[in-house]
Ligand binder design. Structure first.
Ligand SMILES: C[S@@+](CC[C@H](N)C(=O)[O-])C[C@H]1O[C@@H](n2cnc3c(N)ncnc32)[C@H](O)[C@@H]1O
Length: 294
């Protein structure tokens, strides 16, 4: 949905827009093509590998930062309100494809790491080694909807007594091999997703970021978001519908809704079969677009 995102986001060649999730720069590159010398793109990513892929461009300012701080950066750059904000949430394919980053169970190799920001302290190995039984149950059930989260947490607590140093992907996979129920791939994906969300505080960062969007969009500006799982999608949907993360819209004395946003186009769009064939991650993608109207 690359072209749909960029079409929705860049309304004129002089637009000032934000790409909160630069990744490999695929979207940013297309955005830059649509801007003339008056346009600007502020891009963010918390991963040093993303920064290392940035190709300098006169319209681009890249900040190596968690997007939860994007408002402060815009203030720093003197462009507090912009015409468009874009986020393509989650992990990049190149993060998943790097065995040493520990995001993917298919490699069966390396440390269970999963940090998008290599400077942050907490790794997935730490979660597995040090979280209490109750906290492990909460992570697995809330972030991964893992059906046997209690039994899995209790097996982790038993197994880790024998684990020395950092937990290896292969060690963890061997445990999951004994625990999975239903479809094996789905089960592993759910557990890995749960750990990744916890390690990167994805829900906390998303909430903080979404709460700043209204302030930093001009009237007529657009918010364009690609989500990949129901937890993040629910927060984005709530904000877009009601202006608040809990989905409750404030009303005036006449009962009229006060949401600052209006939907643009359908409720959400999904990827075409061709896109899904090219990129399996697109299977779960939902694209949502709103305009700030007041
Ligand atoms: C799905 S990828 C983006 C891909 C990008 N749109 C492209 O075309 O290459 C998501 C990127 O967002 C980054 N990311 C995820 N959460 C972030 C956060 N809270 N702050 C900053 N970057 C984040 C990840 O490091 C990853 O590189």
């Amino acid at each position: 949905m690359l072209s749909e995102c960029v079409e929705a986001l860049v309304q004129s060649s002089s637009s000032v827009v934000v790409d909160l999730t630069f990744g490999g720069g695929g979207h940013s590159k297309e955005i830059l093509k649509k801007l003339d010398s008056d346009g600007k793109l502020y891009a963010f990513d918390q991963d040093l590998d993303a920064k290392n892929q940035v190709v300098g461009h006169r319209n681009l300012k890249f900040s190596l930062s968690n997007f939860r701080h994007f408002g402060r950066w815009l203030k720093f750059y003197g462009d507090e309100q912009v015409d468009g904000i874009f986020a393509d949430l989650g992990v990049s394919s190149w993060q998943i494809d790097a065995a040493q980053r520990g995001f993917a169970f298919r490699f069966n190799d390396g440390v269970l790491d999963m940090r998008m920001n290599n400077d942050s302290q907490l790794t997935a190995s730490d979660v597995v080694l040090h979280y209490s039984y109750q906290d492990l149950v909460a992570v697995m059930s809330e972030y991964g909807e893992v059906r046997n989260s209690k039994s899995l947490a209790s097996s982790i607590v038993d197994a880790r007594v024998k684990w020395k140093g950092e937990v290896q992907v292969s060690q963890f996979n061997a445990l999951l091999d004994r625990k999975y129920i239903g479809d094996k791939n789905r089960y592993f994906s759910q557990v890995y997703q749960a750990l990744r969300i916890e390690v990167n505080d994805e829900i906390g960062a998303l909430k903080e970021m979404l709460q700043q969007v209204e302030k930093h969009l001009k009237i007529g500006g657009v918010l364009v978001v690609l989500t990949y799982h129901s937890l993040e999608d629910k927060l984005v949907k709530n904000l877009m519908k009601s202006g608040s993360l809990d989905g409750k819209e404030e009303k005036n004395d006449f009962g009229q809704g006060l949401s600052p946003f209006k939907r643009v186009g359908p409720k959400f769009r999904v990827a075409s079969e061709v896109e899904i064939e090219e990129n399996n991650r697109a299977r779960s993608a939902k694209l949502r677009v709103v305009e700030k109207i007041k």
